[in-house]
Design a protein around this ligand. Structure first.
Ligand code: F6P
Length: 324
């Protein structure tokens, strides 16, 4: 392998730049050529490539987003799209790629490898922390810190007005952001897809907390929660069934995906980039780099895309105890 491509794909996450930087600098260190591909698989199909050296990634470790841009690409799901992408890679003399992204991006990489035998390694980059094979994905730590910072602010106004706030956080299929940020910010209740609390129990819990002397409350709701109502409908429901509360809603949205990455995410991304390039050069492919018990590990991409990481039951218990 002489030339390695790197790109970001799917939803962006803070720390992706640090991962790009790491891949590029590892290539430079090992005297391999490196090419950045803009806009993920879309850019691969269109041949939107840029040679990168150690100096191309100066001053990006602290930047949110991704300098290579990201995209979700429908065309790459088709054999014709993948053929065009392969032609472009061959034309550019690229021997292998590192894809930084989530489940969808890894599925594409696996298909591509199955069709063309092209060496691929994945780095998990998503704020959702939902990828099997790594205790942490790049961007998760930054996202939960952002959420905690914002909820601290919401708490100020909630307690000044004795209000109940429903705060919606990201997590399409999983509740890791909600649960971790919820415990960190001292939420009253945390609604996650992995555990359907039910409307009755939510009302009971809110009643109990009022009776116990709490004047304000924060309820965190993961966007993929299965309670059957979104945050606005929850507000109406509680106002109707529990008029003791003055209720407000805050949807945090895409601000959770932005911002300068935390030190944890920068270090994680740096380690993962090195491991990804070294793995390719050792002749490995179809693997995802991950971290477990502070050690870098490799998981077959086919395993990583099979399921989402399970929620931490012990943390749910901690959260229950903390809301006493
Ligand atoms: O990056 C994952 C995620 O943050 C999900 O939690 C969320 O549902 C999704 O991205 C929204 O992404 P977009 O608006 O880019 O489709």
């Amino acid at each position: 392998i002489k030339k390695i491509a790197v790109f970001t794909s799917g939803g962006d996450s803070p720390g992706m730049n640090a991962a790009i930087r790491s891949v590029v600098r590892t290539c430079a260190y090992l005297e391999k050529e490196c090419v950045g591909i803009y806009r993920g698989y879309q850019g691969m199909i269109e041949g939107d490539f840029k040679p990168m050296d150690a100096r191309s990634v100066n001053n990006i470790i602290n930047k949110g987003g991704t300098i290579l841009k990201s995209a979700r690409c429908e065309e790459f799901r088709t054999p014709e799209g993948r053929k065009k992408a392969h032609d472009q890679l061959v034309k550019e003399g690229i021997d292998a790629f590192v894809v930084i992204g989530g489940n969808g991006s890894f599925t594409g990489a696996l298909k591509f490898n199955a069709e063309y035998g092209f060496p691929v390694i994945g780095i998990p980059g998503t704020i959702d922390n939902d990828i099997l094979g790594s205790s942490y994905t790049i961007g998760f730590d930054t996202a939960i810190n952002t959420v905690v910072e914002v909820i601290d602010k919401i708490r100020d106004t909630a307690s000044s007005h004795n209000r109940l706030f429903f705060v919606e956080v990201m997590g399409r299929d999983v509740g890791h952001i909600a649960l971790n940020a919820g415990v960190g910010a001292g939420a009253e209740e945390i609604l996650i897809p992995e555990q359907n609390l039910g409307l009755e129990r939510l009302l009971e819990s809110l009643k109990r907390s009022k009776a116990s002397g709490k004047s304000s409350s924060i309820v965190i709701v993961a966007e993929g929660d299965k309670i059957g109502k979104n945050v606005f409908q929850l507000k109406e429901y509680v106002e109707e069934h529990l008029p003791i509360y003055d209720v407000r809603v805050s949807v945090l949205g895409h601000m959770q995906r932005g911002g300068s990455p935390t030190c944890f995410d920068r270090v994680l991304a740096s380690r993962m980039g090195v491991k990804a390039v070294e793995s390719l050069l050792e002749g490995k492919s179809n693997l995802m780099v991950g971290i477990r018990d502070t050690k870098m590990v490799l998981t077959p991409l086919a395993e990583a895309i099979k399921a989402h990481t399970e929620i931490d039951e012990e943390l749910i218990r901690v959260s229950d105890i903390m809301t006493t």
